[in-house]
Design a protein around this ligand. Structure first.
Ligand SMILES: Cc1cc2nc3c(=O)[nH]c(=O)nc-3n(C[C@H](O)[C@H](O)[C@H](O)COP(=O)(O)O)c2cc1C
Length: 226
C-alpha cells in the first residue's frame, strides 16, 4: 500500500495511511508520540564504572510482564544511560510524579557524561536496596532492575530490566494499594506536553460464561466513577 500523504499534512481531508520510512523520520516520530499517549516516564538512574551517577527521563518506558516482572525502556542512540549500563548493568526506574515534573525535565538536558544531573538538579541520591545506582529520593516510587538484555536495531536500543526490588513511599499508599491520585503520575503527551490523571473509573472484568448466558453485549460491564 502506498502512503496516503507524502508528508505530514496540516489539515486532513482523508485518513492517513503511512508506514515508517514514508515520511521524514522526525514527522513519523511526532505522529507516533502523539498517538501512543499518555506514556509514563521512567526516570532512569544509572552509574558509570568511574562512579558518576546519571539520571534522565525515558518515556519509551513501561512494565513488561510480571512472572518474572520486567520493565523496558528504549534509548534512541547511545546516550549516557546506555553507556553506563554497558559498564554497570543495573538501573533504577524512578517514577515521575507531578511534584518533580520540572526537575525531571531539567535532567533531560545534554549534560556531559562526567557531570551528574543529581547535583545540577538539586536531587538527592539515596542508596538503593539491591543495585549500585542511586535512586532519586524525591521520587515516590522506585523500581530497581538488573539488565537482562539490550536489543539493538539500528538506532533503537531496547533495554529489558528484570525487577529485583521496589520501594514505595508511604505517602502514596491508601486502602492496601498505591492510590493513583496520591501518586499523581506525570502522563507524557508529545513534545513538551504533559498531563495529570483525569477522572478515574472502574470497569469490572467480564467472563465468557456471562457473555454466553446473556447472549452478548448486556454482559458488558459499565464504567463506574470512583
Ligand atoms: C519526558 C521525556 C521523555 C524522554 N524519553 C526518551 C526516551 O524514551 N528515549 C530517549 O532516547 N530519549 C528520551 N528523552 C530524551 C533524553 O532524556 C535526553 O536525551 C537525555 O539527555 C538523555 O540523558 P542521558 O544521556 O544522561 O542518558 C526524553 C526526554 C524527556 C523530557
Amino acid at each position: 500500500m502506498t502512503a496516503s500523504h507524502s508528508a505530514s499534512p496540516k489539515t486532513l481531508e482523508r485518513d492517513i495511511e503511512v508506514a515508517p520510512g514514508d515520511w521524514q523520520a522526525q514527522e513519523f516520530y511526532y505522529l507516533m508520540t502523539a498517538m501512543v499517549i499518555p506514556r509514563p516516564i521512567g526516570w532512569i538512574s544509572t552509574i558509570s564504572a568511574k562512579g558518576v551517577s546519571n539520571v534522565a527521563p525515558y518515556s519509551y518506558f513501561n512494565m513488561m510482564g510480571n512472572d518474572p516482572p520486567y520493565v523496558a525502556f528504549a534509548s534512541t542512540g547511545i546516550k549516557d544511560t546506555l553507556a553506563n549500563l554497558r559498564e554497570v548493568p543495573q538501573f533504577v526506574a524512578n517514577i515521575v510524579t507531578m511534584h518533580v515534573l520540572e526537575e525531571m525535565n531539567f535532567t533531560a538536558a545534554d549534560f556531559p557524561r562526567d557531570e551528574s544531573e543529581f547535583g545540577w538538579a538539586g536531587l538527592t541520591a539515596a542508596p538503593s536496596a539491591k543495585v549500585k545506582p542511586f535512586r532519586v529520593l524525591e521520587a515516590r516510587a522506585h523500581i530497581e532492575c538488573e539488565v537482562k538484555q539490550i536489543i539493538t536495531d539500528h538506532n533503537t536500543n531496547i533495554v529489558l530490566g528484570r525487577i529485583v526490588h521496589v520501594h514505595v513511599d508511604k505517602s502514596v499508599w491508601k486502602d492496601g494499594r498505591i492510590d493513583p491520585k496520591l501518586l499523581d503520575p506525570v502522563c507524557r503527551l508529545s513534545g513538551s506536553g504533559y498531563a495529570t490523571l483525569g477522572e478515574v473509573v472502574n470497569v469490572a472484568r467480564p467472563f465468557w460464561k456471562d457473555v454466553k448466558s446473556t447472549q452478548g453485549k448486556q454482559a458488558m460491564p459499565k464504567a463506574v466513577k470512583r
